[in-house]
Design a protein around this ligand. Structure first.
Ligand code: FE2
Length: 218
């Protein structure tokens, strides 16, 4: 079974940009519910899952029977990635990432504008990502549970959750204010840099922890 990962920081560590109340509900209720539903579906499978990435790839596009599995598997993965993609101590992109942003967007300000614009314009629930593909960086939004795990040529560097549960308590309907505050305070640029290095063949990308035979104690 797959385990709900702990947050890599304290619940109040991202305040005031993201409140402890939001993180408690988002992690302990929403993310936990996806993991629980995923394990319930997988408990009926004949073979144990090897990795969450495999579950996502195998259930993607598998018709209505697989949609519930895909949605819960992908949301389990996306939220774990999202927690890693934030840091209480954001320090700005390092040299390699800065150079990639410069070459792909023209600068950090242009990238910030493109990321926020894409997130604001996205209709309904989903995610906005910074991705590396074919040696270039770009901004990409995905709907609902969809992510980039099914696209082997695409490497996600950071992501921001566009579901209302991510920001409604703190920003109500103002998704733009949420995205602006998020971009300026929370991206984990060190994590993004390590994902970029992995995309370029240096080290391994982040992956979801392998399933265990029984639930790990929280
Ligand atoms: Fe979420």
């Amino acid at each position: 079974m797959f385990n709900l990962p702990n947050l890599p920081y304290a619940y109040d560590a991202l305040e005031p940009t993201m409140s402890a109340k939001t993180l408690h509900l988002h992690h302990d209720k929403h993310h936990a519910a996806y993991v629980k539903a995923l394990n319930e579906i997988l408990s009926e499978a004949s073979q144990p899952a090897a990795s969450l990435e495999d579950v996502i790839r195998h259930s993607a596009g598998g018709g209505s029977g697989a949609a519930k599995l895909f949605n819960n598997a992908a949301q389990t993965w996306n939220h774990a990635f999202f927690w890693e993609a934030m840091s209480p101590k954001t320090a700005g992109p390092g040299a390699d990432l800065q150079a990639a942003i410069q070459s792909s967007f023209g600068g950090l300000a242009q990238f910030r504008e493109a990321f926020i614009k894409e997130g604001v314009a996205h209709f309904g629930s989903g995610w906005v990502w910074l991705v590396a593909e074919g040696g270039k960086l770009s901004v990409k939004a995905t709907h609902d549970a969809h992510d980039t795990v099914t696209e082997r040529a695409v490497s996600p560097l950071i992501v921001c959750d566009l579901w209302e549960h991510a920001y409604y308590l703190d920003y109500q309907n103002d998704r733009k204010a949420y995205l602006e505050a998020w971009f300026d305070a929370l991206p984990n640029w060190a994590f993004a840099a390590s994902q970029l290095a992995a995309a370029n063949g240096n080290g391994l990308p982040w992956y979801f922890a392998a399933p265990t035979a029984t639930a790990k104690a929280a």
